[in-house]
Design a protein around this ligand. Structure first.
Ligand SMILES: *[C@@H]1O[C@H](CO)[C@@H](O)[C@H](O)[C@H]1NC(C)=O
Ligand SMILES: *[C@@H]1O[C@H](CO)[C@@H](O)[C@H](O)[C@H]1NC(C)=O
Length: 604
């Protein structure tokens, strides 16, 4: 009987058991990430929108009451960004079809180079001839370098004569600048022409110098007129203070100095910022952008208007896939459809107020004030320069909100994207404006033209963006409840480029191994289950080709973009992923590299 007791206990135990299979957790992660991936792809194309403007109505309605505009040009290195290229950009923005007394152009020279200053001085003189020439002959584009490269001499004899004179003036100027650079020093002759050269003494180096602010053309001065007697726009040279032990925060730091210095000099309510290698290809771009800011109904909510970036000299069929037509013509307009058009760092118009930490509120009625501040009207050029210098000093930002709530955000490679996001989170709207005609064009050599450069550039972008995702600015957290879910997801499409490489790596490795070991991954061709796989493959590639063709690419260019996609994901993105993770764990340092803009013969 004793034995039966044990038997009774045993009798209570079940005869079978159900267990959850292993790997459930891994599968769920897999399913969720794939779903997220699909959502992300789908989100940016869900509501693609396009904008158009009516500048004739703007002129009729506002005529001479248009607001002043400050234009910022940033340059960082006189070797990589030659001064002759920089001044072509400056001249193209000085000659916009816009009342010149309302325009002020600021060049921020982070290289602190006296050659760049000299080039700008030459440009200020050349502008007296160039601006009237542009207006008389409706020249396009208004960058002299691009204009003379693209256009040949006009048929009409009178016009041809003027054309030749201007061309000669331009080439002579270019020669003088280039020979000064070649000699490696500015001659005493030239130094005596402007007091500004006194700022460069023997101790000043690129990394260690005081603030330099020189107003080369004072637009308030009635003597500052061009050959036709028309007022010239204000032109200012700025090299902010650099000291070895002070972080300078790269381009964001430069932009913030520009915002402050311009506030002390012209303080226009609208700001345009361009890179020095990107000229204006549409002299009406300001008026078109103003159509958004000045719209009575919705204009007061708009913080920035972003134009797409284009290059003027791409390789045939775009072998390094630089053009990104689909990105600018479909994906970004899709983000715009969710009120999430991003700020891309250049070719962008801003409302000054929205950069000063101002929260948008419903009661806010945006007024773009028309007149300059009265105090400024009365100060002399010298007083303005001295006052502005203090604003560009290293110590100025200490203990302020600059780099956090005000101006561009510091501490990240993609400061532009974060800045755009924080502005949107303060309640402002943004616009992506993609007109038929390219308004801002990167100079031929700006597009990366070797495989290395193309990959390095993407690695840099990719690192900056993944870093945002891991930081407190992650759109799903930081922007939660502040911008639409579609816009949050739209941002993440780009912020998650780096981890994307892991998925591709998986697809490259696993199917190959399975093939070698004879493990079937997909259904047999004869099976009905093959259809969904075939459909997804064909539909996805068909859609991608259709989009590329619709954006003006050739079939070959589409193929090249697929090839670059593979290269990038297996190199740039993967390295960016590893590097960002290593940095998060404290193993490596932030580094910033500028892509070279001068091609040597090998590359060509
Ligand atoms: C510049 O604008 C003109 C129209 O004036 C256009 O034909 C040309 O394609 C534009 N240039 C670039 C590089 O997009
Ligand atoms: C454009 O590129 C070609 C070679 O690809 C070169 O010969 C030409 O000089 C470049 N043009 C400009 C304006 O840079």
């Amino acid at each position: 009987m004793g034995g039966n007791n044990g038997g009774e206990e045993e009798a209570l135990q079940p005869l079978f058991e159900t267990k959850v299979a292993k790997g459930k957790f891994a599968y769920r992660i897999y399913a969720i990430t794939v779903l997220m991936g699909i959502c992300l792809i789908w989100s940016v194309r869900w509501n693609v929108i396009h904008r158009c403007t009516f500048k004739d109505r703007l002129i009729n309605r506002y005529g001479d009451k248009l607001p002043p505009v400050d234009i910022f040009v940033c340059t960082a290195d006189p070797k990589i960004e030659p001064p002759t290229m920089v001044i072509s950009t400056v001249l193209s923005v000085m000659s916009y079809n816009y009342p010149p007394d309302k325009l002020s152009v600021y060049l921020s020279d982070d290289g602190g180079s006296e050659f760049t200053f000299y080039a700008l001085l030459e440009a200020s003189r050349f502008s007296k001839h160039w601006i009237p020439f542009c207006k008389k002959f409706r020249v396009e584009p208004r960058s002299p370098a691009a204009y003379f490269a693209q256009n040949s001499i006009p048929e009409d004899t009178a016009a041809a004569k003027e054309w030749l004179t201007i061309k000669k003036l331009y080439e002579d100027m270019k020669c003088r600048i280039e020979s000064a650079i070649e000699k490696g020093s500015i001659s005493k002759d030239i130094r005596d022409q402007h007091k500004g050269f006194l700022e460069w003494n023997s101790e000043a180096t690129r990394q260690d110098h005081q603030s330099i602010v020189q107003i080369l053309i004072d637009g308030r001065n009635p003597d500052a007129v061009d050959d036709d007697g028309q007022q010239l726009p204000t032109l200012v040279y700025l090299a902010r203070e650099k000291r070895p032990h002070f972080p300078h925060n790269f381009k964001a730091g430069s932009m913030n100095s520009l915002i402050r210095v311009s506030a002390a000099i012209s303080n226009a309510p609208i700001i345009l910022n361009v890179d020095c290698d990107m000229y204006s290809n549409n002299s009406d771009a300001i008026k078109e952008a103003l159509c958004f800011f000045m719209d009575e109904e919705r204009g007061h909510r708009i913080s920035f208007v972003q134009y797409p970036q284009n290059y003027d000299n791409n390789t045939k069929n775009d072998i390094y896939s630089n053009v990104a037509g689909v990105l600018y013509k479909i994906e970004v307009p899709g983000m715009d459809g969710c009120d999430g058009a991003p700020y891309c760092g250049s070719g962008c118009f801003h409302r000054r107020e929205s950069h000063c930490g101002v929260q948008f509120s419903r009661n806010y009625k945006g007024k773009l004030n028309n007149s300059l501040c009265n105090t400024m009207k009365d100060s002399s050029v010298h007083e303005l320069e001295q006052g502005a210098k203090l604003l560009a000093n290293c110590g100025y930002e200490k203990g302020t909100q600059w780099g956090k709530e005000m101006g561009l955000v510091y501490g990240c490679l993609s400061e532009d994207v974060i800045t755009g996001l924080t502005i949107q989170c303060r309640g402002w709207k943004s616009v992506n404006y993609n007109p038929e005609r390219n308004s801002f064009v990167g100079v031929g050599r700006v597009a990366p033209n070797t495989l290395n450069q193309a990959l390095v550039q993407h690695e840099r972008w990719c690192k900056g963006m993944f870093y945002i995702f891991l930081s407190k600015y992650c759109p799903f957290i930081y922007a939660h409840g502040k911008i639409k879910l579609g816009a949050q997801m739209g941002y993440c499409v780009y912020l998650l480029w780096a981890p994307n490489s892991l998925a591709l790596l998986y697809y490259l490795i696993i199917p190959s191994i399975c093939l070698l070991r004879g493990i079937p991954l997909f259904p047999e061709v004869s099976s009905l289950w093959f259809l969904p796989f075939a459909y997804v493959y064909a539909a996805r590639n068909g859609c991608s080709i259709a989009e590329a063709l619709a954006c003006g690419d050739t079939l070959k260019a589409w193929w090249n973009s697929q090839r670059m996609w593979l290269f990038r994901r297996t190199t740039s993105y993967l390295f960016a992923f590893i590097d960002t993770v290593a940095r998060q764990l404290g193993f490596s340092q932030l580094a910033f590299s500028i892509t070279a803009k001068v091609v040597d013969d090998d590359v060509l």
